[in-house]
Every structure is written in C-alpha cells, then in structure tokens.
Design a protein around this ligand. Structure first.
Ligand code: PLP
Length: 442
C-alpha cells in the first residue's frame, strides 16, 4: 500500500510554502500608485485614478457608466436605492451567497426573500423565483457565485413578466461571461467588489455599473451624502436632497485596481486552466464532484468549490461528516481546504432572531399590516446539501499553476485511497482553513 496518511503520522504531500499568495503585484501597480504619490492628489470624485478606473472598467465590461465605490456592498446598496427599493419592499436573493447580497436590502429597510439554488451552478434557481413573488416584490439580486454566471435569461424573463428590477451581484465575477455578455451588465445595475480576496483587487473598494443615466445620477447621489455638486463652480452644495452615505473610493485603491485590471484576463485564464485541470483529474475520483461551468458561459472561478459524495465513494457516513473527515485529512496533507459559507444565509442569527436593524425592522413595517415573515432554515434543501458537502480548494488563484495543482491531485488521490483510515480520524481536533496571507490579509 502507498505511503501513510499525514493524519496518521505519515509525510504530507505539500507544505504551505508550495502555495503562492494573492494578489500578484506587478510594475503596473507600482506605476499607477507612483502616479498618485507624484500627483499629490489622493481623493475626489473627479480625481485622475478614480476617473480612469471608471472609464477602463466601463469599457472592459461594456457598460455605459461606472462609479468607484468604497466596497461591493456599497455598490449594491447604491443600486437598490437608485432603483427605488424602499421600506417594506421585498427583494429576492439566493439562499447561498455572502451576507452582503441580502444585508444591502435591509440597508434600504426592505425585506430579503430567499430562493434556493440550482445544484449544478449553485446560483439562484430560476424555476423557484415565481413562487415567492408578491405585490411587494420590487427586485431580484442574482449572484454570480464563485465566479459562475447565474441563469440570466430565465431570470430576466421572469423579472420582465412581473416588472421587477434586476441588480446583479457580480462581486465574485469580474470578467465572467453569460452567453457573450459580461456579468454585471445584464440588469439595470451591477456591483463588483475590489476587496483583497476578489479576482480584481484594489485592497478594498467596489464598482457600480449601469447603462441608465437616471440610475447613474441617483446612484451617485446615494454615494455621497445625497449632496449635489454645483454645476457652475464644481463645488459641493451642502444641501442634501435625499438620504445618502459616504461610499466613495479614493486614489490609492483605484490605482492598484487599474494595475490589476491590466492583468485580469491573464489571471482569469490561469484560474480557468487550474480549475479545468482539477476538474479533469479530481473528477476521476469516485466521491469527488467538481464544479461545473454552464454551457455558453465563462466561469472565472473566484473560488474553486467541489463537493464530496460519500455514497459514490462507497462510504457509509452522513455527507457533512464525510466532508469534514476528508477536509481534515487533506489539510494534514498540506492542501489548503475549508469552507467559505457554512450555512444558507437565512440560517444566520440575524435572520433567525429577526432583530435586524432593531425592533424587528425592516420586517415590522409589513408585520404591522398583518404580513408575517419567518426564515425557515430547512426551506432551502439544495443550499443546505451544498453547505453540508462542499469545500474550497485554495490552489487555483494565480500565480499558482500546474506545479501546485499536480501535488493537490496527488494529495486527493492519497486521501481517497485510504478512506477507511480517513474516517477513523474523522473526530481528530484539526481545523482546516487558510491563513490570511494567502489572500493578502495582514
Ligand atoms: C465580496 C462580496 C460582496 C461584498 O463586497 P465588499 O467589497 O466586501 O463589500 C458582496 N457580495 C458577494 C457575493 C461577495 O462575494
């Protein structure tokens, strides 16, 4: 029999030193950042890096307008406010996503309504949207999760039928394509994140895109205190017309994002190459279910999420226990694995307690009219199944390539060759995951 598992005292296949960190810094980043330092201009809505980034991103995705923002969450909130989502409105969002896809709705005192995901892509199941639409529904937020495009054609069709606005959460999908169209440009507005983890990194920050001039203007007002600029003097009026926030970005993150943008496609190609290699190699192992890219789409693999199926692996164990046992053994072999979201979003305490903003708001608005809300964590079986059985393999982001991923495959093969022993160590006190440095966190 092959070597002993690392979890049983054998030699690990990999070490932390095999993993290279993200983001990849190049001379383009240094050049733009030096431009900021040399210019002495560090902030402002019309500052050079911010304006250049907006122009370059709009061109890249094929949108008419772009605004840089303080975060992806800010861009989502601006979009909801700009389309007129307000207190007591309902907004549809997938049950498997990051909290911000739903909390942005509550920032407008509106109510998130969750819909289960579709098992192949983990994006919102378009067939389940219609059932939750009420006369209060105003918008749908499809999320291009993990870099995989949501099924936009059926989503847009359902939205059109019910006169709903579509706001795309493209925070994980820079450069992804759905049937030839860039993710983030198919709805009335789209939001991207520039945080350190994402495929386009500015350190922190976000991008708001739209083709609609009115949505652009409203979004811009929400971005900056609701205060307009005097057209004649270009000075701030200090007279807010609506409620706004402070969601601007500034020159240094914009400069970094510009430098990174010059390499986005090359970096996405590396991710796709790494993911396709893993799909091919790991897909041969009974019990490993690799992620899928829908037809006519470009999945940009922000995260590489695969599932484990104990039944297919010939192991009699609940999916969750099996997944955790495999994670522990892989982790001890040196593979950086672990979960991102651990439960469907409606299972989180904020929805279970319904404390919300306070005093049961935003739900209290409609409860006063006799409408009741309850977030049943068992109402999203596909999202729950996914959360029980998936793990993220942190080896696909650039500059990592074949060298690392070949070792990752060897570690998987080793672990799956010793499943009996893997299950014997299922209760070992091991906590899989990654250190912050892997994604540029100090
Ligand atoms: C990262 C992310 C966000 C929020 O982006 P921030 O820039 O961190 O605010 C929103 N939605 C999804 C799906 C994300 O992954």
């Amino acid at each position: 029999m092959a070597e002993k598992l690392a979890i049983a005292g054998g030699t690990p296949v990999l070490t932390r030193g095999d993993f290279k960190n993200w983001p990849v810094i190049t001379d383009d980043d240094r050049r733009y950042i030096n431009e900021v330092l040399d210019s002495g201009i560090v902030a402002g809505a019309t500052a050079p890096q911010v304006v250049a980034l907006q122009t370059e991103w709009a061109k890249f995705v094929g949108a008419r307008y772009c605004l840089t923002t303080a975060s992806g969450t800010a861009a989502l909130h601006m979009a909801l406010a700009a389309v007129g989502v307000g207190p007591g409105d309902e907004v549809i969002v997938p049950a498997y996503t990051f909290l911000a896809s739903a909390s942005c709705i509550m920032h407008q005192m509106a109510i998130p309504v969750f819909v289960d995901i579709e098992p192949n892509t983990c994006t919102i199941d378009p067939a389940k949207i219609e059932a939750v639409i009420t006369e209060r529904t105003k918008a749908i937020i499809p999320v291009h999760i993990q870099g995989c495009p949501a099924a936009m054609d059926p989503i847009l069709e359902t939205a059109g039928k019910h006169d709903l606005r579509v706001i795309e959460d493209a925070c994980q999908a820079h450069g992804a394509l759905y049937r030839g169209r860039r993710c983030g440009t198919m709805g009335i507005a789209g939001a991207f994140s520039l945080n350190n983890l994402k495929n386009l990194c500015g350190g922190e920050g976000g991008l708001f895109v739209t083709d609609d001039e009115d949505i652009l203007k409203k979004g811009d007002l929400v971005r900056y205190f609701g205060d307009e600029c005097d057209e004649a003097t270009l000075r701030q009026k200090y007279n807010s017309s609506i409620l706004g926030y402070m969601y601007r970005n500034q020159e240094l993150p914009a400069a970094l994002a510009r430098g990174q943008l010059r390499h986005l496609e090359e970096h996405n190609d590396t991710r796709i190459r790494n993911a396709e290699y893993l799909n091919r190699e790991l897909g041969n192992i009974p019990g490993v279910v690799p992620p899928r890219c829908p037809p006519d789409c470009r999945h940009v693999y922000w995260l590489y999420a695969l599932r484990f199926d104990p039944h297919a692996a010939g192991i009699e164990a609940p999916p969750r226990r099996f997944r955790m046992a495999i994670e522990k053994s892989l982790f001890k072999e040196g593979v950086l694995v672990g979960q991102w979201q651990t439960m469907p979003v409606p299972g989180q305490d904020i929805f279970q307690s319904m404390i919300g903003i306070g005093n049961r708001y935003p739900w209290a608005i409609n409860e006063a009219k006799g409408i009741t809300y309850r977030y049943d964590p068992n109402a999203y079986p596909v999202a729950q199944m996914f959360c029980d059985s998936y793990t993220i393999v942190h080896s696909i982001h650039p500059p990592n390539g074949r060298e690392l991923n070949r070792k990752v495959v060897l570690a998987f093969q080793k672990v799956f060759d010793h499943l009996g022993e893997v299950m014997d160590h299922a209760d070992d006190d091991i906590r899989p995951g990654f250190d912050g440095r892997l994604y540029g966190v100090g």
